[in-house]
Design a protein around this ligand. Structure first.
Ligand code: IMP
Ligand code: MG
Length: 178
């Protein structure tokens, strides 16, 4: 069994998600166009579910699936969009919601931002729960960030190691597997 060391408790996460929700509400509430929140499957699902409940303006949400890790803890550099949006983006303010920004390769080489802009999104911003700046290989502009963390592989609150641990209500670091 693996031991998980807690990095952010459920309470800490909910407090920070509430703050992000308030900030996002403040930034979009006077807006002239609808807000579309786009979660990146599967890691962002729990974060998105909590975040949208803390956003006080009308919104739609949808998901995209992007492949890059294939069960490994190192990026393969190969990125494919596996599931596109079901909802139209034209004229909407899009907020991409990601669990964690690591190398940046997934967002960059999926061309997700470019593809949304090409479909006439009015604006595209990025919200990540966690950011590991020391791991960045390509630059990605982040508009909203929950926490910056050191170079450690984290699980929980939607994030996995080999599809395990997504259901943990907190975020932790896998210590050992025996
Ligand atoms: P990037 O392309 O290297 O920025 O990685 C983006 C994706 O890799 C994230 O959205 C996660 O799904 C996954 N990922 C990166 N670091 C971690 C981690 O520490 N734990 C779990 N998943 C991670
Ligand atoms: Mg992700």
């Amino acid at each position: 069994m693996a031991t998980i060391e807690t990095l952010f408790s459920a309470e800490t996460l909910h407090q920070r998600v509430r703050e992000l929700g308030e900030q996002i509400t403040h930034d979009y509430q006077q807006s002239d166009a609808p807000l579309l929140v786009v979660g990146v499957l599967k890691g962002a699902t729990l974060f998105l579910a909590d975040l949208v409940r803390c956003i006080g303006c009308p919104l739609e949400f949808d998901f995209v699936a992007i492949s890059s890790y294939a069960g490994a803890t190192q990026t393969s550099g190969e990125v494919r969009i596996l599931k596109d949006l079901d909802i139209a983006v034209t004229g909407k303010h899009v907020l991409i919601v990601e669990d964690i920004l690591d190398t940046g390769l997934t967002l960059k080489f999926s061309y997700l931002i470019e593809s949304l802009l090409a479909r006439h999104a009015k604006s595209v911003r990025v919200c990540v729960l966690l950011d590991k700046p020391s791991r960045r290989r390509v630059e990605v502009a982040v508009d909203y960030c929950g926490f910056q963390i050191e170079d450690r592989f984290v699980v929980g609150y939607g994030m996995d190691y080999a599809e395990q641990y997504r259901n943990l209500p907190y975020i932790g670091v896998v210590q050992s597997v025996s």
